[in-house]
Design a binder for this molecule. Sequence first.
Ligand code: ATP
Ligand code: MG
Length: 424
Amino acid sequence: MTVKIRAIRGFRDIPPEEAFRLQDIEVRARKHFERYGYHEIRLPVVEATELFARAIGETTDIVEKEMYTFADRNGQSITLRPEGTASAVRAYLQGGWKSRGGITKIYYSGPMFRYERPQKGRYRQFYQMGLEALGGGGPLVDAEVIELLHRLFELLEINDIRILVNSLGCGECRPSFRGELMEFLERTSDELCSVCKKRIKANPLRVLDCKVPSCIEALKDSPVMLDFLCPDCETHFDRVTEALNGLEVRYEVDPRIVRGLDYYNRTAFEAVCERLGAQNAVAAGGRYDGLASELGGDVPGIGFAIGMERLNQIVDWENRTISPPDYYIAAATPGARVPALNIAGILRGYGYCVEIDLEDRSLKAQLRSANKFNIRSVVIMGDEELERGVLKLKDFDNKTQVELSMDELIQNAANRSRSSKGDA
Ligand code: ATP
Ligand code: MG
């Protein structure tokens, strides 16, 4: 059917079959994050444009060309959030949460907006779950964050994800690396793509991140940050990897992982899955001890964000689909319509999913529906049953049909509810 008004480019509906899966992952991830002491924070979907310009950095793809920026009715420049970290740090500073002491562990889940070229695995509205640990600068924080991400993939039974880890050094040691890298890039600039050529001066670290095959080839022998780490950064990195080894987290050290901004420092990591094809990054994260100072505060932090659509794509959904309702309540006569609704309400109160006809259709049509929904238990009631205070219960699994009193049905449901739906 051609509808008059369609969703705009890069924005899409998530139909129930897909929303069900995203929700399933989200529920499991929330529980997982909470076991590590993270609590949900709900952040605004729009922020002052300046927040992202400062927190993400003027020379990133996001700020250079991907932001949804508008003037509101007062002429203030506002932006649909392209990511969650900037808002999380802002909220921490604005709320004065430093006074609580210790490490503040928060997670978020929701839509992000980027003006990108829509393609497979890339949308203009997409969903992320992410978390931030604010107030702890030590290597064990990094190790726990990476371990948590690794265990999430385990929990979701995804075995072919690679976690790539690197160190970006700090304000002490990065400048000398940057200098060497810039020299190397200038020497090899003939072999670099036009975008990389432009970045040599503005942001040489970003060149390391280029996905163009000829650039990857040209950068094979480039200097790497790990060879330039100052003693403190080296100790930090060693302790992170030591802890990951002790925790038996599978990871690979990959010197190509960068963030390309001065306030990202030390640990940076990415989770990739080859099954995703070109857009193979499922999650990305890192330490950003200098970010808060861009917003007028001071707090060390580390976090990551997971792309939910991409995560959904690599979960094996073989045995996880929307389950059919538990009961279908069929009314055999007009007088049984409202009593049938009543029974449905009672069963729903016990936690069951109940389907019922709301269109006064014939009994035959109702049974056809029950069959179509693949509902295993069908309750049938008509005037005659009502008069005797009974109901028919057809059980398609046991291929039985019994007559029960209303109380027996409810008791039956209550018992089942306690045994099988006890965790609902
Ligand atoms: P990419 O290299 O794919 O552009 P990115 O570096 O821009 O990723 P981050 O800002 O680190 O991505 O976001 C974390 C995760 O969010 C990514 O690893 C990816 O899974 C997901 N993501 C980012 N942009 C999009 C998008 N436009 N559509 C769907 N998922 C996205
Ligand atoms: Mg991107």
